[in-house]
Design a protein around this ligand. Sequence first.
Ligand code: PGA
Length: 254
Amino acid sequence: MRMQIAAANWKMNCTLDEAKQLLKELSSPAIKIKSQHRVIIAVPFPYLILAKEFFTGVPGYFVAAQNCYDKEAGAYTGEVSAAMIASCGITHVIIGHSERRSYFSETNAMLAEKVKLALKNHLTPIFCCGESLKVREENLQNAFIGRQIEESLFHLEPGQFPRIIIAYEPIWAIGTGKTATSEQAQEMHSFIRRTITEKYGSSVAEDITILYGGSVKGSNAAELFEKPDVDGGLVGGASLKAAEFKKIIESLKK
Ligand code: PGA
């Protein structure tokens, strides 16, 4: 179902004490959200269960992992499976963040496997896509994003597709302070919805939540989120400060 979502991506930040402090500030008191709103906090693996405890009984708040492996189980030292994440009571997992694609060479085909395994284990994938500055300068962003979505998501059955959340995160806007304009975000989100319409039909496409990510802050969130196809944000840097992230939660479409 289409939701308005403020999602935090802590990336590889926070020691245990810092994580506890930030979780405490976010959860007590937590910003009260409307029924069509969700807040999702993606924390590093060691803090998943702890984070879940902080939000137990807080309506509309969920915890996510930032990644899972593309194999079910076995001799893959250091990796974490979708089944393990789900067994900890976690409900969401980020898949295909551009940092994983570039530093860990994750391909569209690998991400298709991760999406399959996440769904098989009843996790909601937050599937990230996004183009580099070079691709945007050459005006090839639509073809590029279309391919990422097609190769990683279009193996899904029509009944499975609505279980996905998509995050459009232009790489040139991540951690750079250079946000896409709300018009650029709207343009791409509407293109993504059209691409989904062609494959699965408009009722499926209209039902998909599409987040924008890339230098979202308290000061620009409302302008981005008010665009019709922008259903909230995936937030890195600004999610590490409780007051700033709370402002972003409050900027979700009413
Ligand atoms: P940023 O990161 O908000 O720090 O730009 C967003 C993301 O990578 O998810």
